[in-house]
Design a protein around this ligand. Sequence first.
Ligand code: 2IT
Length: 448
Amino acid sequence: MNEYMTRVMEIVKKRNEGETEFIQSVEEVFKSLEVVIDAHPEYEKASLLERIVEPERVIHFRVPWIDDEGKVQVNRGYRVQFNNAIGPYKGGLRFQHNVYLGIMKFLAFEQTFKNSLTGLPIGGAKGGSDFDPTGKSDFEIMRFCQSFMTELYRHIGADIDVPAGDIGVGAREIGFLYGQYKRITGQYESGVITGKGISYGGSFVRPEATGYGAVYYVNEVLRHFGEEIEGKTFAISGYGNVAWGVASKVAQLGGKVVTLSDMTGYVYDEEGVTTQEKIDYMLELRANTSSTIKDYADKFGVPFFPGEKPWGVKVDIAMPCATQNEVTMEDAKKIVDAGIKFYAEVSNMSTDNKALEYLQNNCLAVCPSKAVNAGGVAVSALEMTQDSIRYSWTAEKVDKKLHQIMVNIYNESVRAAEAYGLGYDLVAGANIAGFEKVANAMMAYGIV
Ligand code: 2IT
């Protein structure tokens, strides 16, 4: 990092004390940008970095709701509208017990560059709550979502800010949220939220998009090395919506996912999560808030490793699909020791910064989440387009567009790193390409 960047980094650390994930994500992006900042002295004159690390708006609100026992509960709600230089704010909502401002800001910052990389006109935002959906009844979730939207509705709109799902927010929650939005505003403004059901303005392939997109991206990486998905084995973590999309696309292309995991441990399925029965069972597991991944082991008679992560398993490709910082230095060493040559983050910022650097030095290819998982938000943007033209594209058409977008993201990343003399560096390439478009737009606007 050059002198200007070091100075801005100091400001970020001071202003965001205790928000470790946010500081980490800024550091990760900055590492890639030195060449760009050196080549553009006008950025420093315009204090572009000082501005780009500061969210345009942070909304923090109270969410009171009544549980099934009639007791009043209070959670914290957030929406961080980070950057709308290239389009309306766009990004998911996360409902998880550990949510706080530092996680919201890191996700919104990442989202800004990811959304730019998709090539579509969407800005960056994120929101959510420390509400924990595990063990809650459908009615409790509904009442929570209604209360959450009763504040959020005034801050969003099809051309303002368009939320979607993330951890803890799936089709059921999106239905409750949109239902309340529609009731409060009296408008059928379906473009205000994405991830909707097909019967009310959702897009085909949105549930699969993050996982499918990740596999399309990895496919490009393998092609670069003269390899293909067919016959390859994959270790993945998680078992939710994203892991499900990865497992089913890998199976379609003739590879096999051999691990799934959750907080309690991982399962090793040597035959692979390849049959329709197994892939459908993942959805069943997810729908039942009291089940754990051990149920998969019991059902299909495969080994379960309690308390362990799947990173010691010998496979061709490792793809973390669970959450931020799930791969630490210790895990990274296991991945390298297992002889794994390809590493693709799917969960946002899956890897801590030191572990990421170690993997970059020891693997053939390291693929960053903001490129690999961008297919999810890209199809969300396609959902917005379909809503605005009041027309629904076929699954085949959306899937084709998704595939093309992922190929473009890969090519753009390769190009951007090469243009700055960094060689084949997918991490730097994604950061640079994502940054360039946002930076150009911000420069055009003057000091805003
Ligand atoms: O992290 C992400 O990109 C998402 N949770 C999806 C966001 C979206 O607007 O579809």
